[in-house]
Write a new protein. Structure first.
Length: 81
């Protein structure tokens, strides 16, 4: 019995996963719509939207909560070397 070469073994793993991805793309679900939009953007070569993290932080419910995040500055522990 001959062992399968690496590309053949890899193909045996990748092909089912690729088929699963194509099936998910063809579904009529919100997740599939997001996935299709992401794939379309990546293929079109459009630059990614900048400031996404900052925009998410600005939408946070903690904006304007006036939290006191200061910490007291204290001397560290004394250790004996």
């Amino acid at each position: 019995m001959e062992r399968a070469s690496r590309p053949t073994r890899a193909r045996a793993v990748v092909k089912p996963k690729a088929a699963d991805s194509w099936l998910r793309l063809s579904e009529d679900t919100p997740e599939a719509s997001v996935l299709r939009a992401t794939v379309s953007k990546s293929i079109a070569g459009e630059p990614p939207n900048l400031g996404g993290i900052l925009a998410a932080l600005r939408r946070s419910p903690l904006v304007g909560a006036d939290l006191d995040l200061s910490r007291p500055r204290e001397e560290g522990r004394k250790i004996d070397l």
